[in-house]
Design a protein around this ligand. Sequence first.
Ligand SMILES: C[S@@+](CC[C@H](N)C(=O)[O-])C[C@H]1O[C@@H](n2cnc3c(N)ncnc32)[C@H](O)[C@@H]1O
Length: 342
Amino acid sequence: MVSPLDRLSYAARQTARVAWYAGHYAAGRRLMKPMPKPDFAIGPTPGRAELTAEMRALFQREWRDIAAGLFPVPRALDAEPGEILRRSLRYFRDLPQVDARRHGQLDDELPPGTQADGLPDYYRQNFHFQSDGWLSEHSAAIYDTQVEVLFTGAADVMRRRAMRPVAEWLAGRNQRDLRGLDVACGTGRLLAFLHDAWPGLRLTGVDLSPPYLAEARRLIGRTARVKLVEGAAEALPFDDASLDLVVSSFLMHELPTEIRTKALAEMARVLKPDGLVVIVDSLQKGDRPEWDGLLDLFPHYFHEPYYAEYVGSSLEEGAAAAGLRPAATENAFLSKVTSFKR
Ligand SMILES: C[S@@+](CC[C@H](N)C(=O)[O-])C[C@H]1O[C@@H](n2cnc3c(N)ncnc32)[C@H](O)[C@@H]1O
């Protein structure tokens, strides 16, 4: 049961979060050199007021689900102000390197050290022009700030929209009997939200990046209920039909088509017949046609080598080819949350 005070505190927290990261976004624009305008045709784009209204509507939808008892009020994962500040400072100190990469189009630097040995070539890149790609403690420490700045404080709520289909699917099931997987869990935020909401679930996060997995462990804490495993989405280290739930946030657009096809096939392979897959990723072309221009612009401003091919394809068709059929879809601000059954 939630009280008016809970609602007020939720609203205050989200507003503060949006203001904080929108402030970072505005400061970043002043600190970085403007990028040349794209020299290709772009589709229609929404204005700022429309984007803000959509973001607000997303928070309201989440609140309605919380008030309906689908899942509890989410914990503030970065509750410690000193920690938030330290990460922001680190983010701003790194910004000149990101900017230099943006303008020099340096997108193939290899990360320092040898830890990346054996990792696939498509993976060894400076995605988003970020320092060290996915492959350092530094990158893992500032990733969440980078993503929240990009989405002006709405990244976590987009991830958490995966919780609605999970909650509906869980009704009538005993969470203690169920095993779930987050494919490419990164720094573990979706896993942390799932674990907080349903602590009985036995969860595993798989990711190719040891530093991101270490960050996820720090965030989630020591618990036998959440395992973190180094592994690839296209070769999941699980038996056929061994998992009840598979979730994945913001992975699909980072993969070349061939690997994405394999990753979807792997999700279908490891899922039990009555299981659920929930994927949160970018909107694709046509999901919200009047915003298609944003999808054209994004890879121009951020190094996203596979984004254009992802948004030009259909996740639903890719999943169907893997044997997954869509069960529900929600456009969640700049993301689409799609759940699938076998
Ligand atoms: C954009 S981040 C998304 C992370 C997280 N799910 C989130 O919501 O922020 C992409 C993550 O995918 C991981 N990754 C990329 N390709 C992968 C692959 N083939 N297999 C496993 N992890 C992969 C990266 O290491 C990184 O942690």
